[in-house]
Design a protein around this ligand. Structure first.
Ligand code: FAD
Length: 414
């Protein structure tokens, strides 16, 4: 197959020509995205049968570049395109692919991830939310938590227990849950940084059509691992910009992005804002202090090394390789950058780092860094869990002992 793939140059030229002919900012955003999806250029790496062009993975980035260069709008941001769609593409079934991939590409529906529970985060396979088959539906009862964007999602990627009489990993199934129904109650959580981007989700006799089972019954753990793999290697979200472009589609895309980024406004601060440390040291007159200088140099060096690791992971993905150990290393490095950045900001600003309402714009940002960075080493799998993954999967160390392996979940002490 490799020999028959067109070159990147050819793909860019073909996509560029199509965009030049069809991009019209005065269309509605929906009309434009439908046209883009019909052409196969929205996600060219997807199979032709599912709105793509069957091209290698690098083609998605190449075409996204071409769209950006033309000031044209691409696919929607968020967990629909980055997590839900790749999972459903991989595991099916066809009827669900048919029904759900199209409105996800066009942005007509948005998504959230309903994995974590009060008693099942790191040990996700210990989840107790239960789905029971009832005629043509599954009926779900339980509670999820920390669910980003659940307050405005149309669908949830849900993992639920469908069999309590087999070992814990074997009794889980993966569903697409319609969120807008009576049995689903979403309650926003107020965070210590005053944002409210995630929620508790209570499921009381929520109903899911039988056709919304992803993969097969009892195979949900394998399906969930696909979603988690994509989550661990998910690149930083870039805010779209359309320099020099104007028109209805552009305005609607800007409004869509504004709503999306309202949820994620604190994510740059969560990552530590290492980019601000040198300016902050100068602004506060701390740049001659040898201890501050040493801390900044240490942070900048570590950050550069981790960016190169991330670049290697990206290059591997561009070549169509499966997300590998680099994903786990990158996640761990991002936590360390966030932690070190918060420490350096505190070293530079002293107690004033806690003040939100200072005279300078950066004051509120630095205060937000200090109360947001802890989330970096929890979201998408904690640092300790990443250490376990690297130990077991990369270094080949013995597996962590587990008392609940191999026995029916019903008999596991909780
Ligand atoms: C910003 C953010 C967004 C999130 N978005 C979502 C979302 O959209 N959907 C969703 O479902 N969830 C989401 N989560 C939840 C996230 O996946 C969980 O918080 C995470 O998996 C950890 O689970 P927990 O909070 O239950 O901690 P626990 O699993 O209870 O862990 C508590 C502590 O024990 C440690 N620990 C646990 N097990 C082990 C072990 N085996 N070895 C060593 N140490 C261990 C952990 O590292 C941690 O320090 C989000 C979290 C954050 C912070």
């Amino acid at each position: 197959m490799r020999g028959t793939s067109p070159s990147e140059e050819q793909v860019r030229a073909d996509a560029g020509a199509w965009i030049a002919e069809h991009w019209d900012p005065d269309r509605s955003l929906l009309e434009w995205r439908r046209l883009l999806a019909e052409s196969g250029w929205a996600v060219p790496s997807w199979p032709t049968r599912w709105h793509g062009r069957g091209l290698p993975a690098w083609a998605d980035r190449a075409v996204a570049d071409e769209l950006r260069a033309a000031g044209a709008v691409g696919t929607p941001l968020g967990s629909g395109m980055s997590l839900a769609a790749p999972t459903i593409l991989e595991h099916g079934p066809d009827e669900l692919r048919q029904q759900i991939l199209w409105p996800t590409i066009t942005g007509e529906v948005t998504w959230c991830q309903l994995f974590s529970e009060p008693g099942a985060g790191s040990d996700l396979a210990g989840l107790t939310t239960t789905a029971v088959r009832d005629g043509d539906d599954w009926v779900v009862n339980g509670q999820k938590v920390w669910n980003t964007s659940a307050h405005h999602a149309d669908y949830g990627m849900l993992v639920a227990r469908t069999n309590w009489d087999v070992p814990k990993h074997a009794g889980i199934s993966y569903f697409v849950l319609p969120m807008r129904q009576e049995g689903v109650e979403v309650r926003p959580i107020l965070q210590m940084n005053r944002h409210s981007s995630f929620n508790e989700v209570f499921l009381g006799d929520a109903r899911i059509p039988a056709g919304n089972l992803v993969g097969t019954e009892g195979d949900g753990w394998r399906v969930a691992r696909t979603t988690l793999m994509h989550e661990r290697t998910f690149a930083t979200m870039r805010r779209p910009s359309f320099p020099g472009a104007a028109g209805r589609a552009v305005d609607e895309a800007a409004a869509e992005a504004a709503e999306h980024f309202a949820t994620y406004a604190w994510y740059p601060q969560r990552a530590g804002r290492a980019d601000l440390v040198i300016d902050e040291a100068r602004r506060r007159g701390r740049h001659h202090d040898p201890v501050v200088r040493q801390a900044i140099a240490d942070l900048v060096a570590f950050r550069s090394a981790s960016e190169w690791t991330a670049a290697r992971a990206q290059a591997a993905r561009r070549l169509g390789r499966a997300p590998g150990p680099e994903g786990s290393l990158g996640k761990l490095a991002a936590s360390e950058v966030a932690r070190r950045s918060a420490r350096v900001h505190a070293l530079i600003a002293g107690a004033a780092a806690l003040l939100r309402e200072g005279a300078h714009d950066n004051d509120a940002t630095i205060a937000e860094v200090l109360v947001s960075t802890p989330a970096q080493s929890i979201a998408g799998g904690t640092d300790e869990i990443q250490h376990n993954i690297i130990g077991e999967n990369v270094l080949g160390l013995p597996r962590e002992p587990a008392a609940d392996r191999g026995i029916p979940f019903r008999e596991v002490l909780r």
